[in-house]
Ligand binder design. Structure first.
Ligand code: F6P
Length: 343
């Protein structure tokens, strides 16, 4: 059995653990694995690299992805889908493991349904916003990076009696912002799922200052929506192949609003791609490994059109079709738990 594997979309720590898990499991089952380079682009262009137990043994602790990634969408041009199918044929692939978020897995699902391609999905993203899985690998590492950043920013905020606004990634899901804000004891958290009340936020910050707290930390998710945003141009307005606008820049606006309304000196930090870089946490190494092994087993069992997922402590498989198209956003109840600390 010959199996292709690719990593698509924004990279995250833990991708290499999955690759290693798939390669080990498929190889143990007598199969052969080939890596397609730079996501769906590699599948279209036929760019590959052989993967073996030997050449994937030392990648477990490495960040990023040894296969490279891209946000290429083969469905943007009909000829690309045809090209991809031709590559599949030419390479003699019996199955394809696609490791990615909603966009990458959406393509895997369409190829399975439209062309009976034997695809299997594996959920990745620091945003933690994929349905049908309790957690996506990459999220834990990212959360720890942001929490550490908040801890560091707190000491300088304290020294200078400032408020520091920390802008996190997460796109339209507030998991990173909410959980890092909770872990870092933030004074206020803004997430996309809950309408922002900036007056309430400024009142809280002023009250705390009056009560003797000499500094403040506010965590803002890049996808939070605030009324004052209208007309504000964020960092850039790039649109990717899947139609997503590039977010970023809200932290600056929030910092300006805070300084104007509270009179307290305020700075902002955009953590950006730091949140996706570096070595995976132990949790993500284990989750990535288990999902990789799970995906490899699905290949050997010929259970296609499925995605491996974590439910409770078990690795299970779900229909790809059920996992894509609907994001798993932060629940209002989760946010309310964090909000107890900024009333
Ligand atoms: O989906 C992962 C993610 O890191 C988002 O949190 C963020 O909005 C986006 O990717 C950034 O994308 P890029 O790497 O293309 O700038």
């Amino acid at each position: 059995m010959k199996v292709g594997i690719l990593t698509g979309g924004g990279d995250c720590p833990g991708l290499n653990a999955v690759i290693r898990g798939v390669v080990r499991t498929v190889s143990n089952g007598g199969g052969e694995v080939v890596g397609l380079l730079r996501g769906w682009r590699g599948a279209i262009e036929g760019n590959t690299t052989p993967l073996t137990i030997q050449n994937t043994e030392e990648i477990l602790w490495e960040g990023g992805t040894i296969l490279g990634s891209s946000r290429t969408n083969p469905y943007k041009k009909p000829e690309d889908v045809q090209q991809l199918l031709a590559t599949f044929e030419k390479l003699g692939l019996d199955a394809l493991v696609a490791i990615g978020g909603d966009d990458t897995l959406g393509v895997a699902n369409r190829l399975y349904h439209d062309h009976k391609l034997n695809t299997i999905g594996c959920p990745k993203t620091i945003d933690n916003d994929l349905s049908c899985t309790d957690v996506t690998f990459g999220f834990d590492t990212s959360l720890n990076i942001v929490t550490e950043a908040i801890d560091r920013l707190r000491t300088t905020a304290k020294s200078h009696q400032r408020i520091i606004v920390v802008e996190t990634m997460g796109r339209h899901a507030g998991w990173i912002a909410c959980e890092s804000g909770m872990a870092g004891g933030a004074d206020y958290i803004l997430v996309p799922e809950v309408p922002a009340d900036l007056k309430a936020m400024c009142d809280v910050l002023k009250q705390r200052r009056a009560a003797g707290k000499t500094y403040g930390i506010v965590v803002v998710s890049e996808g939070a929506v605030i009324a004052e945003q209208e007309g504000f141009v964020t960092q850039n307005a790039r649109i990717d192949d899947f139609g997503h606008v590039s977010l970023g820049g809200l932290g600056q606006l929030v910092a300006e609003i805070i300084e104007k309304n509270t009179g307290i000196e305020t700075r902002y930090v955009v953590l950006g791609h730091l949140q996706r870089g570096g070595s995976p946490s132990a949790y993500d190494r284990v989750l990535g490994t288990r999902l990789g092994v799970g995906a490899g087993r699905l290949v050997l069992q010929k259970k296609f059109g499925r995605m491996v997922a974590l439910q409770g402590t078990d690795v299970v498989d779900v229909a790809l079709a059920d996992a894509v198209g609907k994001l798993k956003t932060l629940s209002p109840e989760f946010y309310q738990d964090s909000a107890e600390f900024f009333k």
